[in-house]
Design a binder for this molecule. Structure first.
Ligand code: GCO
Ligand code: MG
Length: 403
């Protein structure tokens, strides 16, 4: 049985910050886990360095469930994004080690492939409807079967999900949070126009998605859902802040547009009410922020009882280690729905060589033992950590709003 002899953190910023945990065993096997929490990276790094790593040394690496429970119940306080991201990093690294020792890709350990690949959705965005649709057409021609549409809102200087001219979309872009301005009225006018134009240009053979990013009240979200019904969106995401879980009951009473929630959830308890009351259709919790493969599997199993499918978060702040883990997970579970795919920069891909691949609208984790991702530590060292924050958002009168 391999025993953990060391664990250390690699913090690197190849275009954006990533925190990676590397666990090493006495037989020389190593495993990687993603510990990135956008804008709060060093809190997780300290949690691991100061409080978790000392407890790992000497433990049997194969006892994944026991170590998970030890870190969760043993911390007394439980849950929360920092704790659950730290536990996730350990959990991913241990699954990676188990796979390498077994000589099997992680999806085989999770029960084997339940499908040929994981359907992914990409992002199309632009300051205008025309630009957004032009990008969507390009992505459809690249083979994507599902595309998320976000466009600028006339009258607002910047909008969530829309890249600055000539750049890739990367929201954590400043040493201190920048401030953006929001108007629900302006936004609600443009989204139905975007979807109408998209169906006209793209037809009906491609799934179209949209992220509201927590900005509407329940009744506004209900109206958006109704307005979009004629265009059959695959989902609207984070229609209203999900701390208020019963808010989704109100949205449900008014629209058949499918609802996706959960990228900021970190435990099954955040999702339980929404799932058991059939208030959502897709659960977006991720491997990295929801306690790793061990815990995400429990969430997916609960969701399966209620015909809720997965749609894991996969923005660029989730490292290639998480992307790989999400694909092993998605390939093996019965109720996979879709996986977000926002390709990393070339610099990030070079720091994290990996085996997952995109083909014909689907992604596959590859068949390398473990998760199938490595880290080039020498290259990682050339990209030092740079503090970066997500923006904050205000209404036009200055009221602080959800970003
Ligand atoms: C998504 C998300 C991201 C988040 C980002 C925050 O659906 O991909 O909403 O765009 O804003 O991951 O760190
Ligand atoms: Mg989102």
């Amino acid at each position: 049985m391999p025993k953990i002899v060391s664990a250390r953190l690699i913090v690197t910023s190849p275009g954006r910050n990533f925190v990676t945990l590397k666990i090493e065993c006495n037989d020389g096997t190593t495993g990687l886990g993603d510990a990135t929490l956008n804008g709060r990276e060093m809190a997780v790094a300290s949690y691991l360095q100061d409080h978790v790593i000392p407890c790992l040394i000497g433990r049997e690496a194969h006892r994944i469930e026991d170590i998970w429970q030890y870190l969760y119940k043993g911390a007394y306080w439980r849950r929360g994004p920092v704790t659950m991201t730290a536990i996730a990093a350990v959990d991913m690294a241990l699954w990676d080690i188990k796979g390498k020792v077994a000589g099997l890709p992680v999806y085989q350990l999770l029960g084997g492939a339940a499908r040929e690949g994981c359907m992914v959705y990409c992002h199309a965005n632009g300051t205008t409807i025309e630009d957004t649709i032009a990008t969507a057409i390009r992505h459809r021609d690249e083979g994507y079967r599902a595309i998320r549409l976000q466009c600028g809102v006339p009258g607002l200087a910047s909008t969530y999900g829309v890249a600055k001219a000539g750049q890739r979309y990367e929201p954590a872009d400043a040493d201190l949070p920048t401030e953006s301005v929001w108007s629900t009225e302006k936004y609600l006018r443009v989204v139905p126009e975007l979807f109408a134009a998209a169906r006209e240009a793209l037809g009906w053979d491609v799934h179209l998605l949209h992220d509201v990013h927590h900005r509407l009240t329940p009744i506004e979200a209900a109206r958006l859902g109704k307005d979009l019904e004629p265009y059959r969106p695959f989902w609207i995401e984070d229609a209203t802040p999900a701390e208020d879980q019963d808010a989704f009951r109100l949205i449900r009473q008014h629209t058949t547009t499918p609802l996706a929630v959960g990228e900021i959830f970190n435990s099954i308890w955040d999702a339980k009410h929404l799932i058991e009351n059939r208030l959502i259709d897709y659960i977006r919790a991720t491997v990295v922020h929801a306690g790793g493969l061990t815990h995400l599997r429990q969430i997916a199993s609960l969701a399966d009882l209620y015909q809720v499918r997965t749609g894991c978060h996969g923005a660029t702040d989730l490292s290639p280690v998480t992307m790989a883990a999400a694909l092993h997970f998605g390939l093996s579970i019965p109720n996979f729905g879709i996986q977000e795919h926002m390709p990393h920069t070339d610099e990030t891909d070079a720091v994290f060589p990996h085996h997952y691949r995109f083909e014909d609208g689907m992604m596959h984790p590859g068949d390398a033992p473990g998760l199938g991702v490595e880290i080039d530590e020498a290259l990682a060292e050339t990209y030092p950590y740079k503090r970066a924050y997500l923006p904050v958002n205000r209404l036009e009168d200055g009221t602080l709003w959800s970003w």
